[in-house]
Write a protein of this length. Structure first.
Length: 182
């Protein structure tokens, strides 16, 4: 069900897809789907939570701390090239969530706050260890890293043969490493 919802949200966005279509994709009636997810918002939340679960598990798998957070993010970007539907769904929903009344707006705001803080915390660990320059704006760089990933994902989705997302992100993190390392 989640896979079908990811694909539907990726193709038509939250507003454009119907529960009936998602139910049909998995061989259920709309009532059958509503048994598992009482509302479309509940299904949306489950899709977003699954994306976040996969990314968090992947990101935390290496236990990267300090400057090594950059390598962990490089691996995450590489991994995302195998999850086209999930990346597309996330990108569509993130764009839609900028509308004030979108049901995922709070989820995306919280997610971005949490992701930036998680990255900034690891960068601050690098400062404390002496790996990263003391004058580094860890919060600013965390926001920059997230923006770079999201921007590359969008460009990759639009032109996958032209945009080598992992290579471009590694180039960026290499320049960043050089700029902030002690």
């Amino acid at each position: 069900m989640l896979h079908a919802a990811v694909e539907a949200f990726a193709q038509d966005g939250y507003q454009g897809c119907s529960l009936a279509r998602i139910a049909s994709e998995v061989g259920l009636s709309q009532a059958g789907l509503l048994h598992h997810f009482p509302t479309k918002e509940d299904l949306l939340a489950a899709v977003l939570d699954e994306r976040d679960r996969l990314d968090t598990r992947r990101f935390l798998a290496d236990g990267a701390e300090g400057i090594d957070v950059l390598a962990a993010l490089e691996k995450l970007v590489e991994y995302n090239t195998y999850l086209t539907g999930m990346v597309q769904s996330f990108t569509v929903l993130a764009g839609e969530s900028t509308a004030d009344l979108h049901p995922a707006r709070d989820w995306f705001q919280n997610r971005y706050d949490n992701v930036r803080e998680m990255i900034a915390a690891e960068l601050r660990t690098g400062v404390e260890r002496g790996e990263i320059r003391a004058d580094t704006d860890c919060e600013g760089i965390a926001a920059e890293l997230v923006a770079t990933i999201d921007g590359l994902q969008l460009q990759w989705l639009l032109a996958p043969k032209k945009i080598d997302m992992p290579a471009l992100f590694r180039q960026y993190t290499s320049r960043l490493r050089n700029a902030i390392s002690t």
